[in-house]
Design a protein around this ligand. Structure first.
Ligand SMILES: [Ca+2]
Ligand SMILES: [Ca+2]
Length: 327
């Protein structure tokens, strides 16, 4: 098959897989863990049920000057067993970075147009729900009929740091949920797809010198389990109770951040324990607004009511549940 025809076939297969997630290709995923501390790449992982460990997808670290144009290479490593499909969602904060260009694979390599990634990748730009308009998500969709093994760059994103971007470290994380579209798989001997869970390492970009500030992308839907107001990792009656108590207490206080923090600080799950009060406030509000009517900035009593109503169902309450609930 010629490269060009292979590309068309691979693209058709990719979209068939995306559309037909029920057909042996699970897109239902647990809330991933995303961690970032000062001057480290943000790490996240998909946690598809029944998925096995997958490769690492690394967007790399960069040191640039304000106004520089640079290439972010999205590279698959730890890939001895191979993959035939990967869908990687990289969040770029366009307040600080202009997206100049996107290319399949690695245009700097020899024999570029003969590379698998050149033909098997489809690139897209996407604006997710529930995040600020400044966040653009660049989706690298690799899909082929065979497994690809070893280190490989699947896409090259050219960014320009804006002239007014303050000096410091910037985190460009991968979204390991990607509006339920982030997924990866491998073909087994019988050519059946096996779900794999890659580990994603976002890009870390140091602009200029002399500061360890982090300018992360605004919190994405991937950080948030809707309804989990107290950030303990599950949706329960406690969330509704705390939400109602917060609404009452904050209505007579001029420090909403402290009211919220004091209310839930004892229940916040381990990986969020070191987050600032402001970040906790942001995450809890985004989680509390289960119907999205306040764009995740705050919530109302109706949101607590929705949680209580949802708890009457016998099913597990995750983000997919809410999508069905409000459908
Ligand atoms: Ca909870
Ligand atoms: Ca709401």
């Amino acid at each position: 098959m010629s490269r060009k025809i292979r590309k068309i076939a691979a693209t058709a297969l990719a979209f068939a897989m995306l559309a037909g997630s029920a057909a042996g290709f699970s897109a239902v995923q647990e809330t991933p863990v995303i961690t970032v501390s000062a001057a480290e790449q943000a790490v996240s992982a998909t946690k598809a049920p029944n998925g096995i460990a997958g490769p690492t997808i690394d967007a790399g670290t960069y040191k640039i000057a304000t106004g520089d144009t640079f290439k972010v290479k999205i590279k698959v490593t730890d890939n001895a067993d191979g993959f035939n499909a990967i869908n990687a969602w990289l969040d770029v904060n366009t307040n600080y970075f202009e997206i100049v260009d996107k290319a399949n694979g690695d245009p700097d390599m020899a024999e570029y147009e003969d590379s698998e990634a050149y033909t098997a990748v489809t690139l897209n730009e996407y604006s997710k729900k529930n995040v600020g308009k400044e966040i653009k998500t660049i989706i690298t969709l690799y899909s082929d009929t065979n497994n690809l093994k070893g280190d490989v760059v699947i896409s090259t994103i050219t960014l320009k740091a804006k002239a007014d971007a303050p000096a410091g470290y910037y985190s460009l994380p991968f979204d390991a949920v990607g509006d339920d579209g982030a997924m990866a798989n491998r073909i087994d001997e019988k050519r059946d797809p096996i779900v794999i869970n890659p580990t994603f390492r976002g890009a870390l970009v140091q602009v200029g010198e002399g500061t360890d500030m982090i300018y992360p992308a605004s919190s994405s839907s991937s950080d948030i389990l809707k309804g989990d107001f107290n950030l303990d990792g599950k949706v329960s009656q406690t969330d509704a109770t705390f939400m109602l108590r917060y609404l009452l207490e904050s209505s007579v206080s001029d420090n909403k951040t402290d009211v919220l923090y004091d209310l839930i600080k004892g229940t916040i799950r381990e990986e969020l324990k070191n987050e600032s009060k402001e970040k906790i406030f942001e995450l809890a509000n985004a989680s509390g607004d289960v119907d999205g009517s306040e764009s995740g900035k705050s919530f109302k009593q109706t949101d607590a009511t929705y949680i209580l109503r949802a708890l009457l169902n016998d099913s597990k309450i995750d983000n997919a549940f809410w999508t069905t609930f409000f459908a």
